[in-house]
Design a protein around this ligand. Structure first.
Ligand SMILES: Cc1cc2nc3c(=O)[nH]c(=O)nc-3n(C[C@H](O)[C@H](O)[C@H](O)COP(=O)(O)OP(=O)(O)OC[C@H]3O[C@@H](n4cnc5c(N)ncnc54)[C@H](O)[C@@H]3O)c2cc1C
Length: 234
């Protein structure tokens, strides 16, 4: 209900009344109240929810139900694989495993050894309570910008360390559900509004950056859809 109230307010926001109207007509309290009313005021959100419930098709209104099931999946012949869960022990198909250290799974006592095991020259600095890593280049962010730069520099013999604040996921780690996946792959779960709320920013935050998310966000058109005659319509 809170989300719906926010949407109602976004569509019909309250406005500051002008100091005077055309023809210099004075602003009285009724006009002020008209300007200041908004879509979030009672009973508008509850009336909107009533209309959605009574007149909207459930498939159009409820994108995802309480069990994270999307009613549209059946229509497009899509079945998410929800059987696999995050399993770090399964290293199959984790191509970056050889060079990656996931601090999520490290403790202060294991980190030093893990860094050294990856062939890095690490010195402990007890005075400042940190580790110093010797390398030629530090790259912040592992998207196509940072990732390609790292690969080119490493190929010519530079010792490169890439710092990535997002976690490392491969196909078996995903639940195939949109909600949890947004939290795993996107900065702030994909919801970063500008301070005035006018623009939403969408930025990937995972190993591989936004590039890992957006490189090919397309599904093959399911056969039943093609057979329904879409193919003949171009
Ligand atoms: C919805 C969407 C669809 C897109 N579709 C396409 C498409 O079809 N084709 C196409 O070519 N492009 C597409 N793009 C654009 C493309 O994803 C970006 O241009 C590209 O990912 C930018 O690469 P990048 O390396 O500059 O940054 P990013 O890929 O954004 O990577 C930045 C990385 O840096 C990390 N990071 C940031 N700050 C820090 C920090 N302080 N410490 C450590 N790590 C940090 C982030 O976690 C992130 O992983 C799309 C983008 C979006 C949002």
């Amino acid at each position: 209900m809170d989300s719906l109230t926010s949407i109602c307010e976004a569509l019909f926001p309250p406005l500051d009344p002008p100091s005077k109207l055309d023809h210099h007509q004075p602003i009285n309290n009724t006009i002020k109240s008209f300007y200041r009313s908004s879509g979030s005021q009672k009973p508008i959100p509850s009336e909107v929810s009533g209309v959605m419930k009574d007149r909207g098709l459930p498939e159009a209104v409820l994108l995802v139900d309480d069990n994270s099931h999307n009613a549209a999946w059946e229509a497009i012949d899509y079945e998410p694989d929800t059987t696999t869960t995050h399993n770090k022990a399964n290293n199959q198909g984790r191509p970056l495993e050889i060079g990656i250290i996931e601090t999520l799974y490290e403790t202060p006592s294991t980190l030093f050894q893990s860094l050294t095991n990856k062939g890095l020259d690490v010195r402990e600095d007890p005075k400042d309570n940190l580790y110093k890593i010797k390398c030629d280049v530090v790259i912040v962010g592992s998207g196509c910008g940072g990732g390609v730069a790292a690969a080119i520099l490493a190929a010519v013999g530079q010792k490169v360390v890439v710092l990535e604040k997002g976690n490392y996921y491969t196909a078996p780690d995903y639940s195939s559900l949109e909600g949890p996946t947004m939290n795993e792959l996107m900065e702030k779960g994909g919801m970063i509004p500008t301070t005035d709320g006018a623009v939403m920013l969408l930025a990937g935050s995972t190993v591989g950056g936004g590039t890992a998310v957006n490189w090919s966000a397309a599904l093959n058109t399911p056969d039943p859809v093609l057979k329904s005659g879409l193919r003949n319509k171009g």
